[in-house]
Design a binder for this molecule. Structure first.
Ligand code: FES
Length: 251
């Protein structure tokens, strides 16, 4: 490319130099041993069989290999491509788009602190700073005991319970710096607290297997679903006999 005077202009393509490597972590496996590959192939076949078009299985397959390695490794990406007949570039393009796919080793518990607008103003930023100091780690780092990976996350669609912390994608609502510190202490001591909503916690790799579509064996006693804060608007609308305005097509 040339500039206004015809001089050559260097365009740096790809990620900025300061951005963490794209799925490149020192020591990450480049391929799976035959026994691991054979085991994963059985699972992959089951997953792919659920879809009319095999390549639609890429997202759950990425969770499957993440359940093996705790993050996406060259071995995992290559495995997904092989199973679906996709190129490495096609797999990486999808994997790098979604933030639930991890680019570095993950501890038993992925603790995500929402620092998006509403949670931030309600105390999310303070919680995140407090946890960084308490755990002695920064964003996207893991404690030395391998128990907790800390990450700031964007809105988890639970703004009515702000500030929200998620552990392995289960909700801990209305947190404070004190309650969040207690939470991570419980995780590290082997006594994971019960989420405010949703099923009891299981380790990250097991969570990933559930996200790949394998059965969730955790007891379901109806603890999920909408809570009082979510239903507040509906309650007010019912009390005031409010109706949605008619749509233009007369329905
Ligand atoms: S802003 Fe935190 S859940 Fe929406």
């Amino acid at each position: 490319m040339t500039g206004p005077q015809g001089e050559p202009v260097f365009l740096h393509l790809g990620p900025p130099p300061e951005e963490p490597g794209q799925f490149v972590v020192e020591g990450a496996p480049e391929s799976y041993p035959p026994d691991v590959k054979a085991r994963l192939e059985v699972d992959a076949k089951e997953i792919i069989g659920r879809y009319p078009n095999g390549r639609s299985a890429l997202l759950p397959l990425l969770h499957l290999v993440q359940s093996e390695d705790s993050y996406l490794t060259p071995a995992g990406l290559e495995f997904c491509g092989e199973q679906l007949g996709l190129t490495g570039a096609e797999v990486a393009a999808v994997a790098s788009f979604y933030t639930m796919y991890r680019r570095g080793p993950t501890g038993d518990y992925l603790v995500g602190v929402c620092t998006n607008t509403l949670c931030a103003v309600m105390g999310g930023d303070a919680i995140f700073e407090s946890l960084k100091e308490h755990l002695g780690i920064d964003n996207d780092q893991t404690t030395e005991d391998g128990k907790v990976t800390l990450q700031h996350v964007e809105c988890n669609a639970a703004c009515d319970y702000a500030p929200v912390v998620m552990v392995n994608w289960e909700f801990f609502d209305n947190q404070t710096p004190d309650s969040a510190r207690e939470l991570v202490d419980g995780l590290r001591s082997g006594k994971p607290p019960r989420p405010t909503r949703g099923a009891e916690l299981c380790p990250f790799r097991q969570t990933e297997r559930i996200l790949a579509g394998f059965p969730d064996q955790r007891p379901d006693d109806g603890q999920g679903g909408a809570g009082a804060a979510t239903l507040a608007g509906l309650r007010v609308a019912q009390e005031r006999d409010m109706q949605a305005p008619p749509t233009g097509d007369g329905e």
